[in-house]
Every structure is written in structure tokens, then in C-alpha cells.
Design a protein around this ligand. Structure first.
Ligand code: ATP
Ligand code: MG
Length: 718
């Protein structure tokens, strides 16, 4: 009803409003970056609740990251107040699936206290299975098997459903997969992929349950729909009722998880799956200036495989996107850190700036530089914190308290700190456990009643069991972070770290940060669940000061977010696009990389700054780099090439390099495009290298690449 419309509706444009108010029936919002898709979803949610169409717990809302889920919850509370409480089914695919699985775990042979394994545990387990099957783990690595199994799970394939032709280690794929699933069940554990896979099994085998959920979820809302994989798609289908009040929003140009099995086709399938679905297109971008949008649109236009769409903005203020070549990775970090300082001096807050990298190895240089200049920063999505050994150890203790069946946790800490329980004893315990189909802890408890153990093993084992039992009891009424502190002290773990002069203190600091972080969770289980879920997606360091901290994250992790000032470093062939996508046959991988570039540029509201380095240290060796092909694809109307940033480190002036940039002849078709001059050289007048180097090759063949990199760094081994 347009008259007397609620506050939250005002300010929406007509198309957005249509998507919000069409609450009944299937709706697909298909639109480019920054057009307000997420805003539509949030407002729609508020609208459904505010008009009493459903209770909060009757809504299923799926976002792509936990951060997005949190932000959405905050927004809704802001829009409609406390009635937003009770949105129990708002989260990521994994977190919602985990909730459902906890309620029906027994239907797939688990207890509701099951643990969720991280990749480390997973690979350790697979290694055991590979060794047991006498497979060479150098040739057929646990990692590659883990990857493959994940791929299968993303397609919704249980071992029984594995199609012929899917295999590992010459015909052993199926048996290994089946054995792995069986081991997980004995451990009362599942991996990430299982969360959805078990849901699929439960929902498709128990029609009554599925019907119950379909009744419960009267409205379903899904953000970033372009990145759903087959398993997630099937899961949504099983949960969608015949009334089909489902609203998905997405952008085919931002599909960046193909490598993880995401299917853009799910978008195209929507109309087929939901006949009569309303398709809403949004074309006005509210996020970025026209230069940012112009650069991003031209870039993505190079892709062949896309639906194509129009985007416009009313914001024609702002500068062109700057593109800069620098000497090496360190110079790039210096340049960006200096620019961050300048922006800060001009009044911009740190938290309004982000550095978005293609691969996490790029982060180190920035972290170091920022530390040196005392620029506060936060690494989002870095596995670094939760993957640290001391954090994993603490988690293993906690997991064992939470669920005795967790043999991997047992194995990890039964002799950490050293208790005199040797590797042979541990293997023997695990062997006995496996033979009898019980957990390692149960096996230990049993062994302690027999005389099979030697005294020097018996005593420490008995103490270990007694300690764990005591901490478990403590956990019943002591806050879990205090339990954690207690067990770290009483187990001797703290003392062990104190004794380590080299990195003990850092580890203790990290453990302190851990117990602090735990305080945000009501229960130990909630905390452990959080850890498994956010592990590879984000890390929350407290934003204490007003100006916050600069955000460093991967492009993948930046999806859906926005920042006034965005730095996009490392636009070099082999880094971005990645070497893998370049080596691949066909253009699929490259097009996905280009979509990632599009995601990167469109995160910026006012200012986007791209850079590339001429030299980079890769695996301990200096290599010369060519600017990314994506640099070539940016239109001069919206970008400003800058070669005189003064970050080359070369002695013979940038003036010369700059003039070469300006006067360079064109070397072939690629260079004579209406864009800027393609053949800039930063060689500072030094002699060209042997014909075998890539840059030299580019000069000779004139194959359309920029020649930016022909000079070795002084003292390097050319
Ligand atoms: P992405 O594809 O990157 O996920 P999106 O389509 O989800 O983007 P939003 O994040 O919802 O876009 O919106 C982008 C920005 O535009 C946000 O800051 C949002 O508040 C703003 N915005 C969206 N719609 C409007 C509107 N009608 N009026 C003013 N601002 C709007
Ligand atoms: Mg969004």
C-alpha cells in the first residue's frame, strides 16, 4: 500500500519496492553490483515481519558469510526493533544446516553432540586411511583426496551416489570415500561438506520431516544466489514449499566460487523451477561513482559468458581509478601504506579503507608495513589465528570435553604437554578403539580396568582421564572461558609455553585473545560451532577505536561489502589472473578471475586504486612480472595510469620511464587499441635481458603485453 507506507519502504526505488512488496510467490532479483540487492532482501524481511505475515522463526534466511548474517540481523533490529529477535534460522548455508543436523543427527548415525572437523583433522584422518590401504601418500596426497571428497559432497554425492568415472588412486576412490564416512561416524564427527550432505539425506529419506520444515519456513530469502552449489541448491529445493515464497537475489557477474562447485546455472534454472516467477532487475547503482562503475563495467564486458545488464549511477563526482606500476612487492606496500596515511590525515577513517588481495600470500608485505607505521589493521578471513598450533591445541581440549568420541582431538593433545604417553601407546590405544568400534577415550577407560598397561603409561593416562572428567564437571557451571584458562593451567600447557623462550609469550598472548573471544558465546558448543564455521571466512578482532582499522582481506572474502577507499594490489599475470587460470584450457577460469576483478573494483564507493609490481618474490625467488591483462582492459576514460609514483627504487629516474610510457610505439594490434599507450617500459634505460625472459619475449613478438619488467633488481641473480 503506497499510502502510509512504513518508513523502511521510503527511499526504495520502484523496482526495489516491487521486489520487497511481492511477498507471495517466487521472486528472483537479478542485478549488478551495488544496486541494492542485499538492501532489498533486508527490507523484505523487515516488511514480512512488520506486516505480521510470519513470525521470525518462520523465516529461513541464508547469507554467504557469518559477517553478512550478523549485519543483516543488526539492520533488521534497527528497522523493526526487538521483534527481530527470534530469527533463529538466519545464517549461512552451513550454520543453518548444522542446526538442522543437530536436531536429527541420529538419523544419519551421529549424536547431536557431533563435532565439525577442520581441514587439518580431515587430512590427518585421510592420511591414516590412505596408509591403511597401502597407497603412496606422496603421490596421492590426503589434501587432494580431501579436495575431491569436498567436490563430491558439493555435488550432493554420497558414496552410494558417486557416479562411475569419479575416482582416486586408480579405482580406490569409492572405497576410500566410504571408509572415510564410516570413520567420521565412529568419531561422531562430520566435515564441512557433510553438514549439507547429511541434511539432504535426512530430508529426502524422511518425507514427514521435510514436510514439517517446508511448513515451518513460510518465507525463504537467499543472498548471493549466484554462488550456490548443487548441494545447496538441492537443499533449498527440499525446503521450499509449494507456495514457493522464495526470494533469491544475485548477480551472474559476481559468480566467483565455480572452483568450489558453484553453479551460475542455478540462476538460469530459477524460472524453470518456479514457473511464473517474478524476475526483478535493478539497474541503478547506489554505491559507486561513475568512474568506478565505468571501469568495472568495461572490464566485465570482456567476458563472453554472461547475461549482460545495464548499470548506471547518478554520482558523477570522484576521481578516475588510478593504476600504478611499482618496482616490487615492498614498494607496493610502501605506496599503499603512505596513501593510507595521507587519507587518514585528510580525515578518512582507517576502517573506511580496504586492501583486497587475490591470494593470502600477498598479505604479509602489507601486514609488515602497517605494523612498522603503526597503522591499525585487521586481517579478515585469515586462517592465521584459528590455525595456530596453540589455538588448535586449546580447541582439542575443549572438543574432548564437549564430546569424548573425538579421537582426533584425543590424538592431538593426549601427550601435549608431554606426559610420558609415547606414540606407540597412543597408536595401540587407537588400534584397540578401532578394533572394538569404540572411541579412544572409552578404550583408555577400559584399559585402565585391566592389567594390560605398564605402570609408566598407566599413571599418566589415569591422570589424564581424571583431569578431563574434572574439567568436564567444571564446565557444567563455570563459564567456559574460565574452564579454558583452568585447563590450560592445570594441564601444564601454560607452563610449557612459558618455558619456551622463543615464541612462548606470543602463544600465550594468542591464548589470551582466545579466552577473550570465547566470552561472546553463551555455551561452549556455540563457541566451537562458531570456530568451525568461521574458520576460513573471517576473524573478528575488536574494533576498539573510533577510526577502526584498515581491512585486509581476499577478494573472495570481500563479496557483498563496500568501502570508500579500496586498494587492489598485485594485478599481474600469474597473480591476478592466477597462474592456474592461465594454464587451464579454455576461458572458464579466466572469466571467473575477471568476475573477481569486477567484484574487487565494485567494492569501492569513491576511490579505487589498482597497482602492479615489476618484480615479486615468489617462493623465495625474484621473478619479473607482467601487468595483468585486466589492466589492459580498463578504459582510459575511467582510469588514470600513473607511472611516476616514485616507488620504483631504480636510480635512473622515472622521468625516462614516464616518457617511454607516453611515446612508446605500438607493437601490434593489442597496443593500438583506443586505450592508453600499451608499451610503457619501466626499464630505466637498462639493457634488455636474454630473449628467454617473458618480458623480452613480449618485446620481440609484440604479443600485446605491456613491457614492464625487463630489469633485474640490483644484486639479484640474473
Ligand atoms: P553487491 O552486488 O555488491 O552485493 P548489492 O546489490 O547487494 O551489492 P547493497 O549492498 O544492497 O547492493 O547496496 C549498495 C549500497 O547502496 C548500500 O550502501 C545501500 O545502502 C545503498 N542503497 C541501496 N539502495 C538504495 C536506495 N534506494 N537509496 C539509497 N541508497 C541505497
Ligand atoms: Mg549484496
Amino acid at each position: 500500500s503506497p499510502q502510509g507506507a512504513a518508513d523502511y519502504l521510503s527511499g526504495l526505488n520502484p523496482e526495489q519496492r516491487l521486489a520487497v512488496e511481492t511477498t507471495e510467490g517466487p521472486v528472483l532479483v537479478l542485478a549488478g553490483a551495488g544496486t541494492g540487492k542485499t538492501r532489498v532482501l533486508t527490507t523484505r524481511l523487515a516488511h514480512i515481519l512488520a506486516t505480521g505475515r510470519a513470525k521470525p522463526w518462520e523465516l529461513l534466511v541464508v547469507t554467504f558469510t557469518n559477517k553478512a548474517a550478523r549485519e543483516m540481523r543488526e539492520r533488521i533490529t534497527h528497522l523493526i526493533g526487538p521483534s527481530a529477535e527470534g530469527l533463529r534460522w538466519l545464517g549461512t548455508f552451513h550454520s543453518v544446516a548444522a542446526q538442522i543436523l543437530r536436531r536429527h543427527a541420529e538419523l544419519v548415525g551421529l549424536k547431536s553432540s557431533f563435532t565439525i572437523l577442520d581441514t587439518d583433522d580431515q587430512e590427518r584422518l585421510l592420511k591414516q586411511l590412505l596408509e591403511a590401504a597401502n597407497i603412496d601418500t606422496k603421490k596421492h596426497t590426503p589434501k587432494s583426496l580431501a579436495h575431491l571428497i569436498d567436490h563430491w559432497k558439493n555435488r550432493g554425492w554420497t558414496p552410494e551416489k558417486l557416479p562411475p568415472g569419479e575416482d582416486f588412486a586408480n579405482g580406490k576412490g569409492h572405497a576410500l570415500y566410504a571408509a572415510y564416512q564410516k570413520r567420521l561416524a565412529t568419531l561422531n564427527a562430520c566435515d564441512f561438506g557433510d553438514l549439507l550432505l547429511h541434511n539432504l539425506t535426512i530430508l529426502s529419506q524422511h518425507a514427514d520431516l521435510a514436510a514439517e520444515y517446508r511448513n515451518r519456513f513460510r518465507y525463504i530469502l537467499v543472498d548471493e544466489y549466484q554462488d550456490t552449489n548443487v548441494a545447496q541448491y538441492l537443499w533449498l529445493r527440499l525446503l521450499t514449499s509449494s507456495t514457493g515464497n522464495v526470494c533469491c537475489v544475485g548477480d551472474d557477474d559476481q559468480s566467483i566460487y565455480g572452483w568450489r562447485g558453484a553453479e551460475v546455472d542455478n540462476i538460469l534454472r530459477f524460472e524453470r523451477d518456479f514457473p511464473g516467477a517474478k524476475i526483478v532487475k535493478l539497474e541503478r547503482n547506489y554505491r559507486s561513482t561513475k568512474h568506478i562503475l565505468g571501469a568495472a563495467s568495461a572490464l566485465i564486458a570482456t567476458n563472453k559468458d554472461r547475461l549482460g545488464k545495464t548499470l548506471w549511477t547518478e554520482d558523477d563526482s570522484g576521481d578516475k581509478v588510478r593504476v600504478r606500476g611499482v618496482w616490487d612487492g615492498e614498494a607496493e606496500a610502501r605506496l599503499i601504506a603512505d596513501e593510507i596515511e595521507t587519507a587518514r590525515k585528510q580525515g578518512m577513517k582507517y576502517k573506511d579503507m580496504a586492501v583486497l588481495v587475490r591470494a593470502s600470500f600477498q598479505m604479509r608485505a602489507f601486514e609488515e608495513r602497517f605494523l612498522m607505521l603503526a597503522i591499525p589493521y585487521q586481517v579478515i578471513g585469515g586462517p592465521r589465528f584459528f590455525e595456530r598450533a596453540e589455538i588448535r591445541d586449546a580447541h582439542a581440549y575443549l572438543r574432548l570435553i564437549q564430546s569424548e568420541d573425538d579421537d582426533l582431538a584425543f590424538e592431538r593433545i593426549v601427550n601435549v604437554p608431554k606426559r610420558g604417553i609415547g606414540e606407540t601407546s597412543v597408536q595401540k590405544i587407537l588400534h584397540i578403539a578401532r578394533e572394538n568400534g569404540v572411541s579412544a577415550m572409552q578404550a583408555v577407560r577400559h584399559l585402565l580396568t585391566t592389567d594390560e598397561l605398564q605402570a609408566r603409561t598407566r599413571t599418566p593416562l589415569a591422570n589424564f582421564v581424571r583431569d578431563l572428567d574434572r574439567w568436564r564437571l567444571l564446565a557444567a557451571d563455570m563459564p567456559h572461558w574460565e574452564v579454558t584458562e583452568t585447563l590450560l593451567d592445570e594441564s601444564g600447557y601454560t607452563a610449557m609455553q612459558k618455558a619456551d623462550r622463543t615464541s612462548g609469550q606470543t602463544r600465550l598472548d594468542n591464548l589470551k585473545e582466545l579466552t577473550q573471544a570465547m566470552q561472546a558465546f553463551e555455551t561452549l558448543q556455540a563457541y566451537l560451532e562458531h570456530v568451525s564455521l568461521v574458520m576460513d571466512l573471517e576473524r573478528n578482532a575488536g574494533q576498539d577505536s573510533e577510526t577502526g582499522s584498515v581491512q585486509i582481506m581476499t577478494l573472495h572474502g570481500a563479496k557483498g561489502l563496500e568501502f570508500p577507499l579500496v586498494f587492489l594490489p598485485g594485478w599481474e599475470e600469474g597473480v591476478f589472473p592466477s597462474q592456474r587460470s592461465i594454464d587451464e584450457k579454455g576461458v572458464k577460469g579466466l572469466e571467473e578471475e575477471r568476475r573477481l576483478a569486477y567484484v574487487g573494483v565494485t567494492r569501492a564507493k569513491r576511490d579505487a586504486r589498482i597497482s602492479f609490481a615489476a618484480n615479486r618474490l615468489v617462493y623465495g625467488r625474484w621473478t619479473s612480472q607482467l601487468p595483468s591483462r585486466f589492466v589492459d582492459e580498463l578504459p582510459l576514460a575511467h582510469v588514470e595510469p600513473q607511472s611516476d609514483t616514485g616507488y620504483y627504487g631504480a636510480s635512473t629516474g622515472m622521468k625516462e620511464a614516464k616518457s617511454r610510457w607516453d611515446d612508446a610505439p605500438s607493437f601490434g594490434s593489442g597496443y593500438s587499441s583506443p586505450g592508453w599507450k600499451r608499451a610503457q617500459s619501466f626499464t630505466s634505460g637498462q639493457p634488455a635481458r636474454s630473449a628467454s625472459t617473458p618480458a623480452r619475449k613480449a618485446i620481440i613478438e609484440g604479443d600485446g603485453r605491456l613491457i614492464a619488467t625487463a630489469v633485474p633488481k640490483a644484486g639479484s641473480d640474473w
